[in-house]
Design a binder for this molecule. Structure first.
Ligand code: 3H9
Length: 650
């Protein structure tokens, strides 16, 4: 039957078992059931000398079926199946044709041998989902390749490719050419050998206390509060020091406990939200336009970041500035970006130079004529932006897409009157644009469908998370940010110490609180926005931040904002000047529990999120949470304000 998730064929004395469970051959209930039936069936079949187990399509197995994790585990469980394969009376050969992730890698580890294609990759990415491997990964892998090689895979997201798997003796052979035929031939030859000991029974050397201490410190630091990485390390260590039996039971218990945790639920929610973000249902079947040559107007922090992101993705970029000196500064800044990326081992020095070689620089806008897409990233001022689009709409090809990176201004006003509106779109990057994953895509009412589709496609090429946003002040992210900051300031006005608010948010998982963040980014930008609105006759009440800016306290760059800073230092220090300036505007000091501070701020964000949904500015609560997590540092392990609010967890 063609819809069977596990297929069985015979090739001479070799039985070929293929997991065919699209999209990623996950080990769902039906797959586990069928595999568990097949082990004794093939064992009993006298004409079978060995079993080749592989995956249909380009993947071996993408892991356990994550959609099952919201429900209680259902037997047969994966560890049970793997133990049965490991103890089978006939050899099972994992023919690893592509990715073997999580439970997929564990399945391969339980087989007697692994044969790999050059495309094979072994990984245990469970920690991304807030769990640890739950089917022997922390026990079998170190017994097959040693603790030092296994630790980065188990607790630090490293992967092992086919070639390396052979070098580590994890794989018995690398098969090139027709992989399945080669694997079957190799299996037929090896099936006559005595069965090797099960991986779980192999001895493993303890690398010693120094290794564990150093690993614990390193993983503690990189985990940033996430529980799973240290739990994975603990499981590995326990199995090495107390034996596989105890290790397996600790591993399973920890896996089940973490699987049921709030953190794992949040991470699963984001896993699926991120995957559905790149597909806008209204654009299904719409072909994006081809973008090879992209222009960026403006070589400031934002323009440089956008250019770097485009160059990183393999595009050729024309960067435009007003004068040669600004262009030179932008190039130096780009060099610094690629040097920093090379230092962090994201690419080699040579690759950094190759990326820079794809950068063309130009003064003025005329040389953007050949671009397929131009992204404007100039000063956030309507008239300045309009001047750019007036010229771009003259010099660029009629089919070129023209995008604004505005973070607040209505894009309709920016391009009004400049010919057909179909080719205009907002592409809102977040700083630093080569790092931050979020891309808000803001279509105008007349933006053509293929222009919108190109926005989503570009996000994919740039490895970003695209979120459609409707037009309103601040779109999704900055609108929620304004509400969040407003609520935080309101608490300060009521007498809550702003340092206590920052501390509560850091404990919650943000890298910094709202006041430290304002000091870093500068208080003057939002001050100027408020002043501009006041200038337009809008009723904008005086904010506490306005008092500080009027006193010259614009943040770190002026040596002080909410906090004081020593020259050249970024560590916030309490400020007597701030206390004096704000005293007339704030209430008597009030102690508030950190949980209450968090609850109030998340509620404010979720309330604004609900309004955003009602107005059609965002498509789903998930979209709002993706904006918060990928654009504003909301802690991933908490899911997002909409997620927490829906679970009544605040
Ligand atoms: C585990 O194994 C626990 C065990 O240790 C213990 C068990 C006892 N399950 O990413 P894509 C869906 S935990 C269910 O766009 P790609 C995904 O939602 C697991 N669904 O494809 C999407 O659905 P849709 C450890 C899954 O080619 C579709 O597949 N494993 C799963 O860019 C395509 O996904 C992992 O953490 C799953 N396991 O990348 C691996 N995986 O089309 C997680 C994917 O409806 N997966 N889907 O939106 C990945 O990293 C990537 O999906 C993979 C393919 C690299 C496999």
């Amino acid at each position: 039957m063609s819809d069977m998730p596990v297929k069985l064929e015979r090739r001479g004395a070799i039985a070929v078992v293929t997991i065919d469970n699209p999209p990623v051959n996950a080990l769902g209930l039906a797959v586990r059931q069928r595999l568990l039936e097949l082990v004794p069936e093939l064992e009993a079949d006298g004409s079978v000398a060995g079993v080749v187990l592989t995956g249909a399509g380009s993947l071996f197995v993408g892991g356990a079926d994550i959609t099952e994790f919201d429900h209680p585990p259902q037997a047969p469980h994966l560890p049970e199946l793997l133990e049965r394969i490991e103890c089978a009376g006939k050899p099972w050969f994992a023919a690893v044709n592509g990715m073997a992730l999580g439970g997929g890698a564990e399945l391969a580890l339980a087989c007697h041998y692994r044969l790999v294609s050059p495309k094979a990759r072994f990984g245990l990415p469970e920690i991304n989902l807030g769990i640890i491997p739950g089917a022997g990964g922390t026990q079998r892998l170190p017994r097959l390749i040693g603790v030092e090689a296994a630790l980065p895979v188990i607790a630090e997201k490293a992967q092992i490719d086919g070639q390396r798997a052979v070098e580590l003796h994890l794989a018995a052979g690398l098969v090139e050419g027709d992989f399945l035929a080669g694997a079957i031939a190799a299996a037929a030859e090896m099936a006559t050998l005595p069965l090797p000991s099960p991986a779980a029974e192999l001895p493993v050397a303890d690398p010693g206390e120094g290794f564990w201490t150093e690993a614990t410190a390193r993983i503690h630091k990189s985990a940033k509060g996430a529980k799973a990485p240290l739990a994975a390390l603990e499981s590995l260590r326990l199995g090495v020091q107390k034996g596989a039996m105890e290790g397996l039971s600790f591993e399973r218990e920890t896996f089940l406990r973490l699987r049921a945790s709030d953190e794992a639920a949040a991470l699963r929610y984001l896993f699926f939200a991120e995957r559905s973000a790149s597909r806008s249902s209204s654009l299904r079947g719409v072909e994006p336009r081809r973008i090879n040559l992209a222009g960026v107007v403006g070589g400031g922090t934002m323009g440089v970041g956008i250019a770097a992101a485009l160059l990183n993705a393999g595009l050729t970029v024309v960067l435009s500035e007003r004068d040669a000196a600004s262009l030179e500064r932008a190039r130096t800044a780009l060099e610094a970006v690629f040097a920093a990326q090379a230092k962090r081992k994201m690419h080699s020095d040579q690759e950094g130079r190759d990326r820079l070689a794809r950068l063309k620089r130009t003064v003025g806008l005329d040389e953007l004529a050949g671009c397929d897409l131009v992204i404007e990233a100039v000063f956030e001022d309507l008239n300045v932006k309009r001047d750019v689009f007036a010229r771009l709409s003259q010099v660029c090809r009629a089919d070129a897409i023209l995008a604004t990176n505005t973070s607040y201004i209505d894009p309709r006003l920016i391009v009004e009157g400049f010919g057909s509106q179909e080719r205009f779109i907002g592409l809102h990057f977040f700083s630093p644009a080569q790092v931050m994953k979020l891309l808000e895509i803001i279509p105008l009412p007349q933006t053509a469908a293929d222009v919108k589709a190109t926005g989503f496609d570009l996000a994919k090429r740039l490895a970003k998370v695209p979120v459609r946003a409707g037009i309103c002040e601040g779109f999704i992210g900055n609108r929620i940010l304004k509400r969040y900051r407003g609520e935080a300031e309101q608490m300060v006005a009521e007498g809550v110490d702003f340092a206590a608010i920052d501390a509560a948010l850091r404990d919650f998982g943000y890298a910094m609180g709202p006041f430290e963040m304002q000091d870093l980014a500068g208080l003057d930008i939002s001050f100027m926005n408020r002043e501009a609105a006041r200038g337009r006759g809008e009723n904008v009440p005086e904010a506490l931040g306005d008092i500080l800016v009027r006193a010259g306290r614009k943040g770190q760059k002026t040596g002080g904002g909410w906090y004081d800073y020593e020259p050249g230092e970024r560590k916030p220090q309490p400020s007597a000047a701030t206390a004096r300036l704000l005293a007339p505007s704030i209430g008597a000091p009030k102690q508030v529990d950190p949980g209450k501070i968090i609850g109030r701020l998340i509620k404010a964000m979720a309330d604004e999120g609900r309004k955003i949904l009602e107005e059609g500015i965002a498509d789903s609560p998930e979209a709002i949470d993706l904006v918060e997590v990928h654009g504003y540092g909301f802690p991933r392990g908490k899911g997002g304000p909409m997620f927490l609010s829906a679970r009544n967890a605040i």
